[in-house]
Design a protein around this ligand. Structure first.
Ligand code: PBG
Length: 331
């Protein structure tokens, strides 16, 4: 649709930019703490509950610390947190069985948060990398990431998370067929109301570096994730992945990373009209935070970067800035 543009001076677009009240009246998108999902790193390794050097301002939390963060989320109007465990290196194996241990760190944290702040939604990560001695999201044999064997492991992991009380499962592994397998297993086990937010269009990105530091996967990972995560050059494939995951039983979909992929966010929202989320990933956080701390850009880049996701059609954003941005929005 081409907008009708009357001739000057009938139209002076600056009239509606003159005051804050007028600008607010005609704002086309809104940003609120309700749009945020706050990713939390948890650990029970003594001494590991420290700031992540490549993510200034973000620390790994103890289980108690994660409960306090969930309480903060509730106070700030942030509806959901998403848990990522920094697993004890001694528990990381090539077979990854700690991933479906009902009493693993992630599952204990889910239980603790749901007991203390049941109104906050808890989202999980369904992928093997925090438990894998080889740092990959899937099981590895002779250097190859196995698809179907990994899906079986992910199903066990998903069931343990649902059993622990997770509200939303977030498969971030990019194996084929995992959403369908998880959905069938959840139905069969009576977990009919557990939601799946699929990392549907997840690109093989160098912007994940600081996250891998945070969960302790950087040193372990050999090679890259390009045989399962998407090529950054592709867009049609992103739409096929979203269609596929929705068919298999995803309730919501995600595009990841965020800022370099806003075109994909817009296309997904327009093509499917389903709840669409973006992940403003660790490297995006590190870039913005690093520049802010150096005084190279102002803190205002935080809300500007987040409203961009809303303008691109996203219903919400996973962002490490969630508490800071919520406080900024509250004035
Ligand atoms: C892995 C996973 C990753 C992120 C979320 N889940 C990293 C990866 O795929 O290597 C990245 C999040 C971020 O960078 O903030 N299952």
């Amino acid at each position: 649709m081409t907008p009708h543009v009357p001739a000057f001076p009938a139209l002076r677009l600056r009239r509606l930019r003159r005051t804050a009240a007028l600008r607010e009246m005609v704002a086309e998108t809104r940003l609120s703490p309700a749009d945020f999902i706050w990713p939390l790193f948890v650990t029970d390794v003594p001494g590991a509950d420290a700031e992540v050097p490549s993510m200034p301002g973000v620390s790994r939390l103890t289980v108690d610390g994660a409960v306090r963060a969930a309480e903060t989320a509730a106070r700030l109007g942030i509806p959901a947190v998403c848990l990522f465990p920094y697993t004890d290196p001694a528990l990381r194996t090539e077979t990854c069985e700690e991933a479906w241990n009902p009493a693993n760190l992630s599952n204990r944290t889910i239980r603790a948060i749901k007991a203390a702040v049941p109104e906050v939604a808890v989202m999980t990560d369904v992928a093997l990398d925090p438990y894998n001695a080889l740092g990959h999201d899937g099981l590895v044999k002779d250097g190859v990431i196995l698809n179907d064997e990994t899906v079986e492991a992910l199903v066990r992991m998903a069931l343990a998370q649902a059993e622990a009380g997770a509200d939303i499962l977030g498969p971030s592994d990019m194996m084929d067929g995992r959403v369908g397998a998880m959905r069938r297993a959840l139905e069969a086990a009576g977990h009919r109301d557990v939601a799946i937010l699929s990392y549907a269009a997840k690109y093989a990105s160098a912007f994940y570096g600081p996250f891998r530091d945070a969960v302790g996967a950087t040193g372990a990972l050999k090679g890259d994730k390009k045989t399962y995560q998407m090529n950054p050059a592709n867009r049609a494939e992103a739409l096929r992945l979203v269609a596929r995951d929705l068919d298999e039983g995803a309730d919501m979909v995600m595009v990841k990373p965020g800022m370099p992929y806003l075109d994909i966010c817009r296309e997904v929202r327009d093509a499917f009209g389903v709840p669409t989320f973006a992940y403003q990933v660790s490297g995006e956080y590190a870039m913005l935070k690093g520049a802010i701390l150096n005084g190279w850009v102002k803190e205002a880049v935080i809300l500007e970067s987040l409203v961009a996701f809303r303008r691109a059609g996203c219903d919400g954003i996973l962002t490490y800035f969630a508490p800071e941005a919520a406080r900024m929005l509250a004035g």
